[in-house]
Design a protein. Sequence first.
Length: 120
Amino acid sequence: RAFAKALKQEIAASQEAARRAGGGRQGEKRAEANARSGMSLEEAKQILNVDDLKNLEDVNKKYQHLFDVNDKAKGGSFYLQSKVFRAKERIDDELKEALKSAKKSTSATEDATGPGDKQR
């Protein structure tokens, strides 16, 4: 069992490294976010048990539930609570980056067409 788990982790790490190496600028940003939070986006999604990051209500609801359940004052685990917190932090970083990219592409489109240009 331990070998199988270690093998899965190694494969995931290898895939993440390949994604970083082949991802150009986007890969660099993802690697930076992974290093900052100490986990990949996939790991963060697994911890919070979410698939769709666009559903912020679901992400926040699952985060709050897991954070509260693992409260040390209620007999929970500080370690697990920390993992939940870091997972939410990693997802928030990804969402901020996506928002920043969307704003850049919007401003680039406006620059190309002109802010006041309207097609008639």
